[in-house]
Design a protein around this ligand. Structure first.
Ligand code: NCD
Length: 302
C-alpha cells in the first residue's frame, strides 16, 4: 500500500496535464506508469477467478468519450477507457458530434469549452490528427489521445510496453520487429518512439509503399522492404524477441490494399525463437492465422 501511494503521488505530481503523444513521456514517466499499472491490475476485474474489488480512485469523476462517429470505429479503446474509469469508481458519457450542436455550426473550440466544463477528463479519437491538439489547447480538463488519425496511439503504446515488461521483465535489450502497415499504422508509430526511450531501435518489415514515415524513424531504426510472402524468412533471419504485427489499414488509403496482405501462421512461428512474443494491437483481419492463437508465444489477447 505504501508503494502504491508513493507511485500515485509521483503520477499526481506529474507536471503534464494532457496525454497527447508518446514524445512527451520520459523513460522515468513510462516506468512509473508501468509500475502503477502493475499495482492496479488486480483491481481491473480482468482475472475472473478473483473476486473484483472496486477501487475508488476516480469516485465522482466523469469521463467524456469523444470518438469521431463513423470514421474511427473502435472496440478495444472505446470499451476499455470506460471500463477502466468505472472500475476506478468514476462514470462516463459519450459525446456524439452528429447529434450535437456542432451540426448547427458550433465550433470545435466552443464545443470543447462546454464539454470540459462538465467532465473531468476527455478521451479523444479523431481521424484528423490535429483534432486532439486543438481540443487540448482549449480544454480546462486533461485530454487523452486515444488515436489521432494515422499519427499516434500513445495509450496503446503504454499498454504494449507494459505487455513486454510482463513477458520479459524488461524492455531494454529486446529485439523488436514491427511488421505490416508501417505507413498508416499509428500504433507502430508511437511504439517505435516509445521503445527508443529504452534504447531499443526496432526493425521494420513491410511491403514497398507502406514504409515508416520519416518523422517516426528513430536514429537506429532499420527497415526491410520485402515481398510479404517472405515474412517468415525475414523474421527467421532477424530472430526478434517481439514480433509486433499490424493490420493493413485499408480504410486509410484508396486503391487495392489486398496486394499487401500477409499472414503469420504456424509455419512462420516455427522459424521464430522459442521465447518470442507475438503482439498485435488488434483488430486482426487475416494477418494472424487462428491456428497460432493457442501458441504460448501469442500474447495479443493478453
Ligand atoms: C488500433 C487502432 O485503432 O489504431 N487498435 C487499437 O486501438 N487497439 C489498430 C488498428 O485499427 O489496426
Amino acid at each position: 500500500l505504501i508503494n502504491l501511494s508513493l507511485l500515485l503521488l509521483k503520477i499526481l505530481m506529474w507536471n503534464r496535464k494532457h496525454l497527447l503523444d508518446i514524445d512527451a513521456f520520459s523513460r522515468d514517466d513510462i516506468e512509473n506508469l508501468i509500475g502503477l499499472a502493475g499495482r492496479l491490475e488486480p483491481f481491473s476485474g480482468i482475472d475472473k477467478s478473483k473476486k473484483f474489488k472496486p477501487l475508488g480512485l476516480c469516485r465522482g469523476q466523469i469521463m467524456t468519450l469523444w470518438f469521431e462517429p463513423g470514421k474511427e470505429n473502435s472496440t478495444r479503446t472505446f470499451g476499455s477507457f470506460p471500463a477502466a474509469m468505472m472500475r476506478l469508481g468514476g462514470s462516463c458519457k459519450v459525446f456524439d458530434e452528429t447529434t450535437s450542436s456542432m451540426m448547427k455550426g458550433e465550433s470545435l473550440e466552443d464545443t470543447t469549452r462546454i464539454l470540459s466544463g462538465h467532465s473531468d477528463v476527455i478521451v479523444d479519437r479523431h481521424r484528423d490528427a490535429g483534432h486532439v491538439y486543438t481540443v487540448a489547447s482549449v480544454s480546462s480538463v486533461p485530454v487523452i489521445n486515444a488515436g489521432n488519425g494515422s499519427a499516434q496511439h500513445p495509450t496503446q503504446t503504454l499498454l504494449d510496453l507494459y505487455t513486454m515488461v510482463k513477458k520479459f521483465g524488461r524492455i531494454e535489450g529486446l529485439k523488436v520487429a514491427v511488421v505490416g502497415d508501417l505507413k498508416f499504422g499509428r500504433t507502430v508509430h508511437s511504439l517505435v518512439k516509445g521503445l527508443e526511450k529504452f534504447g531499443v531501435h526496432a526493425t521494420g518489415i513491410c511491403p514497398q509503399g507502406l514504409e515508416m514515415p520519416g518523422e517516426f524513424r528513430t536514429s537506429g531504426y532499420e527497415e526491410r522492404i520485402i515481398d510479404m510472402n517472405d515474412t517468415g524468412q525475414a523474421l527467421s533471419e532477424l530472430k526478434p524477441d517481439v514480433v509486433y504485427a499490424t493490420r493493413i489499414q485499408a480504410e486509410r488509403f484508396s486503391g487495392n490494399s489486398e496486394k499487401y496482405n500477409y499472414v503469420i501462421n504456424k509455419k512462420v512461428l516455427s522459424m521464430l525463437p522459442k521465447n518470442a512474443a507475438i503482439m498485435h494491437p488488434l483488430p486482426r483481419i487475416s494477418e494472424l492465422s487462428r491456428e497460432i492463437d493457442s501458441d504460448e508465444r501469442s500474447v495479443y489477447f493478453h
